[in-house]
Design a protein around this ligand. Structure first.
Ligand code: FEO
Length: 400
């Protein structure tokens, strides 16, 4: 395969893979595809930072071969053992026979648990420095950002941070650098990645941002494991991360629901109208028309979350139950909300949703709303009032 590496600095090359076709990344919709970034450092000790998803190994090897014989690789650093970055590792080890493979303490264990190989992984501790001869790497553990094994690697002489999943996004592009790509798209896809991967660990993200400041290490380039590389204005992605990790909500309501015979749909649209009447932004997202990961992107900076479902067989409609399970795991903060929905004879769904929202820590300042079979005019008005009430509460609490 005659593929090319892309030069990042005089010594560092991007040698990853572009997955133009992926549309579902373990349950996260990837409408723009993704990249699995791996990086080659042409130091005295030739070093590969991360690998790629298993099926993309030949693409990575071909890019490496465009600048150096892959057999010349001395060291491999595994920053993260999730298989989109380690899937190719066993066969790369077999092919290039590196002198050493390094990972964090937890990473060394996780790689063994994935691949059950005898290969000895050298464990690195937080703050360790590894000499590559003419340049040095410093390692920072970033446990639970977003796996226990996660670490980031700083190439001291190039002021370059290999940030693993952090500051990344699922975005397949021909351009390798963020400054070559539309900023609106970057913010949207960066927020989607944050909301769906990192949001539960926001406290740790804030601590990491503070630690980077305290360490006072100059960073000129951030090279993540997905999406574009940041070489100009890295302050932009750092400030977005600060904003997302703080989870300060804007004056915005997300209405997420599903419907069987359009009664819950009528309710959702009437609630939205009430929100709009108060001049507050609203996103109306019917499941089966919107992916759960897109809903979470909108939830990231919303102040209100209203969840609607018809009652089906004494329970929540399956797509709404799926959404609630997914949302609960991502631990959104600083929200107010309510449940709503239609029913025929038992009407459990609204109560079950209310319990789920309460368990997530969502404030529930208004009564849930349920309607038997089809909403009449009075009920449509009640839905509008519920939306307006939520919007007023958001405005009064100065949520921006
Ligand atoms: Fe891109 Fe957590 O793997």
């Amino acid at each position: 395969m005659g593929l090319s590496a892309q030069k990042i600095t005089d010594r560092v090359y991007w040698v990853g893979a572009i997955d133009w076709a992926i549309r579902d990344f373990h349950g996260y919709s990837t409408e723009h595809g993704s990249t699995y970034n791996a990086y080659l450092i042409l130091a005295d000790k030739v070093t590969l930072i991360d690998t790629v998803k298993g099926p993309f190994k030949d693409e990575m090897i071909a890019r490496i071969a465009s600048v150096v014989d892959p057999g010349n690789i001395d060291y491999i650093i595994s920053n993260h053992s999730e298989k989109d970055h380690s899937g190719a590792l066993p066969s790369v080890i077999a092919q290039v026979k590196p002198e050493k493979v390094f990972a964090s303490v937890m990473g060394a264990k996780a790689l063994k648990d994935h691949f059950h190989f005898d290969y000895e992984i050298v464990a690195l501790k937080d703050g360790d420095i590894l000499s590559l001869g003419n340049v040095n790497l410093k390692f920072l553990e970033t446990r639970m950002l977003h796996w226990p094994d996660s670490m980031i690697t700083y190439l001291i002489e190039e002021r370059l941070l290999f940030s693993q999943d952090g500051f990344g996004m699922h975005l397949a592009t021909s351009e390798r650098f963020a400054d070559e790509i539309d900023q609106t798209l970057l913010r949207q896809q960066g927020a989607k990645y944050y909301a769906n991967i990192l949001m539960p660990y926001s406290t740790l993200v804030l601590k990491l941002l503070e630690r980077i400041k305290q360490l006072n290490i100059p960073i000129e380039i951030i090279a993540p494991d997905h999406g574009p590389i940041w070489r100009k204005g890295i302050g932009q992605i750092l400030s977005w991360y600060q904003e997302w990790a703080e989870q300060n909500p804007r004056r915005k309501v997300v209405i997420v629901f599903d419907t069987m015979w359009q009664s819950t749909d009528i309710m959702a649209r009437a609630i939205a109208d009430g929100v709009m009447r108060e001049g507050v932004e609203v996103k109306v997202m019917r499941l089966r028309a919107n992916d759960r990961s897109d809903v979470m992107t909108e939830v990231l900076d919303s102040a209100g979350i209203l969840v609607g479902s018809p009652t089906l067989n004494n329970g929540i409609f399956p797509t709404v139950a799926d959404m609630l399970a997914y949302m609960k795991g991502l631990k959104p903060k600083n929200k107010i909300g309510a449940a709503f929905g239609s029913y025929g004879w038992s009407g459990e769904a609204v109560h079950l949703i209310t319990d789920e929202l309460r368990a997530m820590g969502v404030e529930l300042p208004v009564e849930p709303l349920k309607v038997k079979f089809v909403p009449d005019e009075a009920m449509v008005n009640s839905c509008g009032q519920l939306g307006a009430q939520i919007a007023r509460l958001i405005k009064e609490s100065s949520r921006q």
